[in-house]
Design a binder for this molecule. Structure first.
Ligand code: PLP
Length: 390
């Protein structure tokens, strides 16, 4: 036996790995489990994106290594999309760095900046990769509470000065996974001011900025004047255009931070498959009408789930963005036990809020990434299980 490195002992098992084992047992026993636990969009991308992929793949010259920082056309496509969607001007060569999915960039940027003794401030509850990558890098985590009474926006003034002195990176994510909270441009301005005052790199994860409902438009943190001097925004086509398996994301903004990330990443990975880069550029610059219809489908699913959870006596937060509904478990239950009970009795799989941090206790996250009929079936199963228990 050869011992793995200490890096791997710094965190406990991965929730989804353990969940998959439990699901395998249930399905071996013949259960039809409705999976509302993952953030994978179920609908395919728009036809013109697939067409570009096919055409590009049939070009005999498309199969070689591509540049580490993607093609110039893809970098320009990100800049064009940011101008159109957020009114943010970016220099395609120095302020846009394509990634193999945003998770890759989140981890590699952390590895490029963080070493033992450094602190990384992460939202709690929050997307797990911020904290996990900081631990892999040997850094310390400062969990920043996101609480319902403050609309799941952090109180930056609560962070102790001795923590701030050691902090390299502050992570934020709006629209938020898992709470679905949104942030205003005014809040982002305060964050940028805070980052300048304490010399901290702000990393804003805007994964769900284009998955919005009820006419809501989520802002980019880069819209704040001066943000590019202190902030990097991460974005991804996984959620923007339903291209989760394609592995296309980008880091945008501060050129020095992007150059640092590039320096690390060019030692770790290689350029992506060109047809995927071409299709990604087509997604970012082509007809955006498809997004309206896609978001409308999500909106209808959201409404169905909200109705079902209310009928079951639960208290969901109505999201205006993201793929999720965040709701409180019934009194007297822990998140883990409630999720386990619904999995075993209703065969509906949800994520306990504690997977995202200690402040997720008392909540569950439901993803509406299944068709309406499956969601209806899930709601009626939850209703009958909770009804039986009432
Ligand atoms: C908040 C957030 N950021 C980043 C990611 C990673 O996305 P990808 O690596 O597919 O770009 C996810 C995936 O679920 C997410 O929820």
């Amino acid at each position: 036996m050869i011992d793995p490195s200490d890096r791997l002992t710094k965190f406990d098992g991965h929730f989804f790995v353990e969940l998959n084992q439990r699901l395998a047992h249930l399905s071996a026993a013949g259960a039809d489990v409705i999976r509302l636990d993952s953030g994978t969009p179920d609908l395919p991308p728009a036809a013109h994106i697939l067409e570009t992929l096919k055409q590009s793949a049939s070009d005999p010259a498309a199969h070689g290594y591509q540049p580490y920082q993607g093609t110039p056309a893809l970098r320009q496509a990100w800049a064009t999309a940011y101008q159109r969607s957020f009114g943010v001007s970016l220099d395609a060569d120095s302020e846009v760095l394509p990634l193999l999915g945003s998770k890759e960039g989140i981890v590699n940027l952390t590895l490029a900046y963080v070493q033992p003794g450094d602190v990384v401030i992460v939202p709690d509850p929050g997307y797990m990769t911020y904290a996990r990558s900081a631990r892999i890098a040997g850094g310390e985590i400062y969990p920043l509470p996101l609480l319902p009474e403050s609309g799941y926006l952090p109180d930056l003034s609560s962070i102790p000065q001795d923590i701030l002195r050691k902090t390299k990176i502050l992570w934020l994510n709006y629209p938020n996974n898992p709470t679905t909270a949104t942030a205003s441009l005014d809040f982002f301005s305060q964050v940028v001011e805070f980052a300048f005052a304490h010399n901290i790199l702000v990393c804003h994860d805007a994964a769900y900025a284009s998955v919005t409902f009820d006419g809501y438009h989520a802002p980019s943190l880069l819209q704040v004047t001066g943000a590019k001097e202190i902030a990097v925004e991460f974005n991804t086509l996984s959620k923007w255009y339903n291209m989760a398996g394609w592995r296309v994301g980008a880091a945008l903004g501060n050129r020095q931070a992007l150059a640092t990330l590039y320096q690390l990443k060019s030692n770790v990975d290689n350029g992506h498959f060109r047809p995927i880069l071409d299709a990604a550029a087509a997604a970012l610059t082509g007809d955006q009408g498809w997004l309206v219809g896609r978001n409308h489908i999500y909106e209808q699913r959201r409404d169905l789930v909200i109705r079902g959870l209310l009928q079951a006596g639960l208290q969901p937060v109505v999201p205006r963005a993201s793929l999720y509904v965040w709701f409180k478990v019934l009194p007297g239950w822990s998140s883990q036990d409630f999720a386990l009970m619904l999995l075993e009795k209703a065969h509906v799989s949800l994520v306990p809020g504690t997977v995202f941090g200690k402040n997720g206790q008392g909540y569950l996250r439901l993803s509406f990434t299944e068709p309406g009929e499956r969601l209806s079936e899930a709601m009626s199963r939850i209703n009958s299980v909770l009804g039986r228990r009432a």
